[in-house]
Write a new protein. Structure first.
Length: 257
């Protein structure tokens, strides 16, 4: 593992918030995903939704632009602040709520047609107990027959291939290198940011632990939390899931009660 100590997700994302949108190519993502989310809204009749682990609000703002009443939730106050700035820039309205997944029911009064937990946010939940509490919380705030949409990376593939470098991305004078440390059965995710705007390049490195969930591992937790009709796909366009080839695991589950 890198010599840095790993951070809890709230601190990791607070520190990353200023650079997150350039690192993930926010504007390109908007154009790419608009039609996908339009199809989601129509297919599942979504009028209200929670975006859990919203980050800088990418999916929340996409849904709000399409007319959905969205509550954007995140544990990182700085990511939520960026989400609010992005909402102002785009001229859309979202409610923001700083909370971890498990405590959302205590902080909202309405129930929702959909809960989204996208962009690998669930991988930050490290223990069985926290996973059970998070999924139970998602179920609790859904209407009867409401849907949960989860998206994590395909860890079946990642753990088999064990590639260390996941992505290198340049944005202006900065380069972001995302890479893993595989430590026994633990997985650490690092972001090395190299800043080349001075004669001697400077760098920062941040590390957070992830839990590499597989689809099979998540299914019993979803059932115990009160979800049925659990379907697994390889992406948000409902492509068939392949442990060998899919980039993502997308799980769509319906609340039983
Ligand atoms: C990889 S980012 C994804 C952000 C956004 N969904 C996207 O796709 O761009 C993960 C987000 O989940 C949030 N997060 C991690 N653990 C959380 C928890 N237990 N409760 C609420 N938010 C959490 C982090 O603060 C971070 O903003």
């Amino acid at each position: 593992m890198s010599s840095n100590t790993h951070l809890n997700p709230a601190v990791f994302y607070d520190l990353l918030s200023a650079e997150y949108d350039s690192m993930t190519d926010y504007e390109k993502r908007f154009v790419k995903d608009q039609d996908t989310f339009k199809a989601f809204i129509e297919r599942f009749d979504i009028v209200s939704a929670v975006d859990a682990g919203t980050g800088t609000g990418f999916h929340a703002l996409l849904l709000a632009r399409l007319g959905v009443d969205v509550t954007a939730v995140d544990i990182s106050g700085e990511m939520l602040r960026k989400c609010e700035e992005n909402a102002t820039t785009l001229g859309v309205r979202v409610k923001t709520l700083q909370s971890d997944f498990a405590h959302i029911p205590a902080l909202v009064t309405q129930s929702f047609d959909a809960v989204l937990c996208l962009g690998n946010s669930l991988a930050h939940i490290l223990t069985n107990e926290a996973l059970s509490d998070s999924l139970a919380a998602f179920r609790k705030i859904l209407k009867k027959d409401g849907i949960l949409i989860l998206q994590i990376l395909n860890y079946d593939k990642i753990l088999r291939e064990r590639h260390r470098v996941q992505q290198i991305r340049r944005a202006g004078s900065k380069t972001f290198i995302r890479f893993y440390d595989y430590c026994g059965d633990r997985l650490f995710f690092n972001i090395l940011s190299v800043h080349e705007d001075s004669p001697t390049p400077a760098h920062t490195i941040q590390t957070v632990e992830l839990h590499p969930y597989t689809a099979d591992e998540l299914k019993p937790f979803l059932r115990n939390a009160g979800f049925g009709e659990i379907r697994i796909y390889g992406d948000l366009r409902f492509t068939e899931y392949s442990g060998d080839y899919s980039r993502d695991i997308v799980i769509i589950a319906r609340s039983n009660s």
